[in-house]
Design a protein around this ligand. Structure first.
Ligand code: RIB
Length: 292
């Protein structure tokens, strides 16, 4: 069983469904409201655990009811939560999601996730050093991502940076990461002056650009490879990217090739969109393997 450490956000998703999303200053009537577990970090931890990895999550929750909901859900999914500590006097992270017109719009309020600081990580170095791979995203402070990228390089542990949500990233972080998995929008921000093709050639077997329903693309040192996505009926795309990242990390940590890992990740992500909520459709290992 591979050991994966996910360093990132925990949240509760407050999801409304509606025929269409409101414009500025407009009110529309919605159809339903649900509260489900979310946060890119917690989503990736749950996805990796369902795929058979031993997962340790490093994160923060608030000292509130949502904090209990988040912790219980992680435990229920087999994630080690010893390093998800409650932050006094802070609310848990929340994501405010509108599902409309076949896609989501999300406003994230980071809350306690802002306390996943470099200092907090420093206290967890002994945990990180035992891992096969570390998975990180960008709903926690920027200096934490930079710090983790440095300590992973020093410790010789591969780091997968999922640069979501989009923001500019210090070039040293890009160099330190073993794998980068932006979508096209995030890639444009990361590699400002470069076209996707130029960026892929600059980072062979390291940069994987996800292209939604098209699949995911990387450069193998000789040519660009597009690994096509699987076609499925979509219920909710929320969490598909998180499932992709977790599945890719599990497969790479198991020693599979980039091609096999992207294919595995595509399959897992395609299954994840068949359920409601970020984690509702996240598949178990045998479901992914059956569909490959
Ligand atoms: O990647 C999907 C996640 O992003 C949602 O679960 C929501 O919490 C937002 O953070």
């Amino acid at each position: 069983m591979v050991k994966i450490c996910v360093i990132g956000s925990c949240a509760v998703d407050l999801v409304v469904t509606s025929d269409r999303r409101p414009g500025a200053g407009e009110t529309v009537l919605g159809e339903s409201f649900r509260i489900v577990p979310g946060g890119k970090g917690a989503n990736q931890a749950v996805a990796a655990a369902r795929l058979g990895a031993e997962v340790v999550m490093i994160g923060r929750v608030g000292e509130d009811n949502f904090g209990d909901v988040i912790l219980n859900n992680l435990k229920l999914n087999g994630v080690n939560t010893s390093h998800v500590e409650a932050a006094p006097n802070l609310e848990s992270g929340t994501a405010h999601i509108v599902l409309a017109e076949g896609d989501n719009s999300i406003v994230v309020v980071k809350g306690a996730n802002d306390l996943v600081t470099p200092e907090y990580i420093r206290q967890k170095l002994n945990v990180i050093q035992e891992m096969d791979i570390v998975l990180i995203q960008q709903e926690i402070p920027e200096d934490t991502v930079a710090y983790v990228s440095h300590i992973c390089t020093q410790a010789g542990i591969p780091l997968l940076l999922n640069p979501a949500p989009a923001r500019e990233v210090d070039p040293s972080v890009i160099e330190h990461a073993a794998y980068l998995t932006p979508n096209e929008h995030e890639a444009a921000l990361l590699f400002g002056g470069l076209s996707p093709a130029q960026a892929l050639r600059k980072y062979p077997n390291k940069l994987i650009i996800t292209e939604g329903a098209q699949g995911a693309r990387y450069y193998n040192g000789r040519e660009e490879v597009l690994v096509p996505a699987y076609k499925v009926e979509v219920v909710d795309t929320t969490g598909a990217g998180d499932t992709f990242n977790a599945a890719f990390a599990v497969s790479i940590a198991e020693g599979k090739s980039i091609f096999e890992s992207v294919r595995f990740a595509n399959r897992a992500a395609s299954l994840s969109v068949a359920g409601f909520g970020a984690q509702g459709g996240m598949p178990a290992r045998d479901e992914v393997e059956a569909g490959l």
